[in-house]
Ligand binder design. Sequence first.
Ligand code: GDP
Ligand code: MG
Length: 440
Amino acid sequence: LSERLSGIFDGLKRRGALKESDVSDALREVRIALLEADVALPVVKDFVNRVKDKAIGQSVLKSVTPGQQVIKIVHDELVAMLGAEASGINLLGVPPVVILMVGLQGSGKTTTTAKLAKRLTEKEGKKVMMASLDVRRPAAQEQLKVLGEQIGVKTLPIVAGQMPVDITRRAMDAARLQGFDVLMLDTAGRLHVDAELMAEVKAVRDASQPLETLLVADSLTGQDAVNVAKAFDGEVGITGVALTRMDGDGRGGAALSMRAVTGKPIKLAGFGEKMDALEDFHPERVASRILGMGDVVSLVEKAAATIEKEDAEKMAKKMAKGEFDLDDMRTQLRQMSKLGGVQSILGMLPGMGKIKQAMAGASIDDKVFRRQEAIINSMTPTERKKPQVLNASRKKRIAAGAGVEVSEVNKLLKAHMQMAKMMKQMSKMGKSGRMPMMPG
Ligand code: GDP
Ligand code: MG
């Protein structure tokens, strides 16, 4: 028994800080993973240096290796870089709001235009009109019309011989007169970025004042896509990126590079040719794909959940001194409700079944934990530190704040007292190295 206990405390002590050598070793692997995922070299260099600075000195969680810990830091940093916060399509403007789709030929503009139109229609209940400004490729305008019929979204009637800016003006008028919420403009591409293409797109932009200018880019083209993004953002100014063919891209490095180079969010991801193969961009998934070490990441996440380092260390110190206030109890409640009550640091100690029972009464379930937490949340910091100040009127206030009866508050305080007592006994045992009261 005492072996188990001391093992846990040893573990707490052993969890040190990440050393430069730990970080360098792990980052060597990360570097290779990033390059294999087709992330641009300057982006890789910059990224690795940043993570290195950040990681050295961070503490290592118990039950993971320093290398695994570094991978987790890398993963989180990747997610942050890819855009941790989801950025949807901006439709906040005077209707008809214009969404301008730009990009190279064959990148998936027309398909993505229709996919997004379908989604805005079906999921957001918007009245959407689409117009093709592609006068270069024969039948390009018909292509959009056919897709529109397929998904039940209106397209601007085709008039032969008009230039893109003329079509734009006609589309704006039609959308305004017919009360459309959104007008989606599908432009022509070129095989490469050139001056003519940029001039055309800029003219359309000026004529339509789009709220969103989405660059449609083929994720399979990797570095080229990054250069295209840079060019379009520099010349036209984009508000976001739609990455297509993510169904065929096992790596996702283009996403990271694009984001790093343009600073513009990746808003959409195309996963196939079908009209509903369009998703929000999920940084988490792409980060795991780029790293190819998703198992390590989930391992560290589990470890982090099991022992939230600071909480655990604070707890260990307090336990050693025989202290346990209501703040500590709340920490425990949170861990237990998160982990189903088994894997928290206390749960690993022998004899803890009793404490859990004391905390929750007969039934140990999440609802009880949450109610108890609500009661503690209704206390002032002083009350949490020194529960002995709780008189009848304070208890009444707390009960009202938590939406429970005063008897519940009393029950919680009793549970806390029992726990504090046990903590004290354990700290004494810790000093003598014996555990008199714990059954084997
Ligand atoms: P545009 O020239 O930029 O308008 O490109 P299109 O929309 O015409 O798309 C070119 C081809 O790519 C078509 O055959 C589409 O079906 C296909 N495509 C577009 N998006 C995706 C995608 O996300 N995944 C896959 N697999 N194919 C796509
Ligand atoms: Mg097209």
